[in-house]
Design a protein around this ligand. Structure first.
Ligand code: PPS
Length: 308
């Protein structure tokens, strides 16, 4: 983790700054990069509305999946053209992302004219702008087992050309265990949000593995939490539309419109499985991981499924 650069210089050409790998720096104790911190005051002063819904995850835990489900739950029936003409990343702005002075998640969120506004973040709980708490907004948190989460993040960092250089797998593996990847420690992230949930009934905490096992059931639980009543048929339609193969084919949700991702290296919709870590972890790495996990998670009530 390097020093925090003093200033972020962005050119007037919004595309010029897109394609460089960023360098991590320590930001209030969390490894971060410029494009997620440069607008810090503006992000922290974001004015949430009571009906805003925040989707929070450690990166690669199922953000896009849940974002798409929520978008369909709220807007699938009323505005079908939204589904065919606006990329999901525009419908569900990424709160802390600043691409250029005229292209930021905060601006996108502020420009949304439909309600509720669906907003995505990867912030650890302590970074969430205070208005979300003051306005008592509903928050959906998705957690994914650390092994698959790590593998998915590794491939994402390879293909998303603005992410910090992932290096090789074995060094990535070590940095994950040390909490030295972007957004910091997976362990702190999932535990921090879980702890917050214990005193905040506006947080719905869900697991990627449960969505894989029974998407329909998780959609039912989401509807219960959000106070939505959709017909059985509509929920079935949504559950089908958000299955991996359908999302992978859907150019409005699969990030094929992104300028910073190189699908030749790895597609955004990569595998969508529980247990792909077995194709990446060596036996020794798995033992090291399990030993470390036992220690780091010894006080955590969270239980993850490593395979289904
Ligand atoms: S990001 O960049 O942080 O917003 O990424 P995120 O959306 O959180 O996570 C991407 C991973 O989620 C998988 N995914 C799915 N899996 C199963 N079913 C569906 N419908 C689905 N949609 C997205 C995606 O494939 C990434 O996981 P991996 O393991 O890399 O395939």
């Amino acid at each position: 983790i390097g020093e925090k650069p003093a200033v972020l210089i962005m050119s007037a050409d919004p595309n010029k700054d897109l394609f460089h790998r960023e360098v991590l720096f320590d930001f209030h104790g969390v490894p971060m990069i410029q494009r997620f911190t440069t607008n810090w005051e503006k992000i922290q002063n974001f004015q949430a509305r009571p009906d805003d819904i925040l989707i929070a995850t450690y990166p690669k835990a199922g953000t896009t999946w849940v974002s798409y489900i929520l978008d369909l739950l709220y807007f699938g029936q009323t505005s079908p053209e939204r589904q065919t003409s606006i990329p999901l990343s525009e419908r569900v702005p990424f709160l802390e992302l600043t691409v250029s002075p005229t292209n930021s998640g905060v601006d996108k969120a502020e420009n949304i004219t439909t309600s509720p506004r669906l907003i995505k973040t990867h912030f650890p709980v302590q970074f969430v702008p205070k208005s979300f708490w003051e306005q008592n907004c509903k928050i959906i948190y998705v957690a994914r087992n650390a092994k698959d989460n790590m593998v998915s993040f590794f491939h994402f960092d390879r293909m998303a050309l603005t992410q910090p250089d992932p290096g090789d797998w074995s060094s990535y593996f070590k940095r994950f265990l040390e909490g030295k990847l972007l957004y910091g420690s997976w362990y702190d992230h999932v535990n921090g949000w879980w702890k917050k949930k214990q005193t905040d009934n506006k947080i719905h905490y869900m697991f990627y593995e449960d969505m894989i096992e029974d998407t329909g059931h998780e959609i039912d639980k989401l509807c219960g939490f959000l106070g939505l009543s959709l017909s059985v048929e509509e929920k079935k339609r949504i559950s089908g539309g958000v299955q991996f193969d359908n999302m992978k084919r859907n150019n409005m949700v699969n990030y094929s419109t992104s300028q910073v991702m190189d699908f030749k290296i790895s597609p955004f919709m990569r595998k969508g499985k529980v247990g792909d870590w077995k194709n990446h972890f060596t036996v020794a790495q798995n033992e090291e991981f399990d030993e470390d996990y036992k220690q780091t998670m010894k006080n955590s009530p969270l239980k993850f499924h490593w395979e289904v």
